[in-house]
Ligand binder design. Structure first.
Ligand code: 4GX
Length: 242
């Protein structure tokens, strides 16, 4: 999978050169190409922004500069162009899964007060927001998108393919996990996890995932994929908590 990132601050992307995403780029499973919008300024001073018509605070990125940067990127029929903005569609896990079906994402990062609207009209990217809060630019949202989408690219995570099907696609929170020591500050690891009885372990984990979701994010249960047995357990929990 290839990501082309259009940004005025390519140096902000150091964090995704470490850890899992860094390893995946080094082994050519992912390609992250940072394109500096400033390189497409034709101004003798390298200016990329200017004041807004009609007045107001701050600076806007000039449309022609962004358009030249955008046109420098080769697209295919499997390319999707995205503009990170608080006005966009929310980046949810199902959105992430959908984006992972493309093999080329072009991410446009605004900064300052944003980008001249005409080039947004011209490019017609999908607008995506990572959440209802205001950041200083689209760089952190781009990194969030790259990180979350990359988890779906084969070979990025070292886990067997059944994991995602059994625990991630169902919209529940995770079950609690434990490692050594067997006792920490007087708290023991649940007995079932030491039993080696895999069917019982799976049942226990499923119940804990449901319990966790019910206690911490009950609204997620509306869209969770629950079996008859899950629903029975949920009713039991509701009864106990009333
Ligand atoms: N989820 N930002 C974009 C620049 C900007 C300003 C005005 C358009 C209009 C954000 C978010 C986010 C901050 C990215 C402002 N663009 N992006 N930037 N939340 O807050 O995606």
């Amino acid at each position: 999978m290839k990501f082309d990132v259009l940004t005025l601050f390519p140096e902000m992307f150091e964090p995704i050169k470490s850890s899992i995403i860094g390893r995946a780029t080094k082994s050519n499973i992912l390609e992250i190409n940072l394109v500096n919008i400033r390189d497409f300024s034709e101004d003798k001073h390298g200016h990329v922004d200017d004041t807004p018509y009609g007045g107001g605070a701050g600076m806007l990125i000039k449309p022609d500069v962004v358009y030249r940067a955008y046109n420098s990127i080769e697209k295919t029929d499997n390319t999707k162009v995205i503009y990170l903005t608080p006005q966009g569609n929310k980046l949810t896990q199902s959105k992430v899964e959908g984006l992972a079906k493309f093999n080329h994402l072009v991410l446009l990062c605004g900064h300052y007060e944003g980008i001249d609207d005409r080039v947004i009209q011209k490019i017609a990217p999908e607008e995506i927001s990572i959440g209802d809060y205001v950041l200083t630019g689209g760089e952190l949202p781009s990194m969030v998108l790259i990180d979350s989408v990359s988890r779906y690219v084969a070979g990025v995570l070292n886990k067997d393919s059944t994991y995602q099907e059994s625990f991630e696609g169902d919209g529940l929170l995770e079950y609690p996990q434990y490692t050594k020591p067997e006792e920490f500050e007087g708290m023991k690891v649940p007995e079932v996890l030491l039993s080696g009885h895999h069917a019982n372990i799976e049942k226990w984990r499923r119940k804990k995932a449901i319990e966790n979701t019910y206690k911490k994010r009950p609204e997620l249960l509306e869209n969770a994929k629950l079996t008859r047995e899950d629903k029975n357990y949920l009713e039991e929990l509701k009864f106990k908590n009333n």
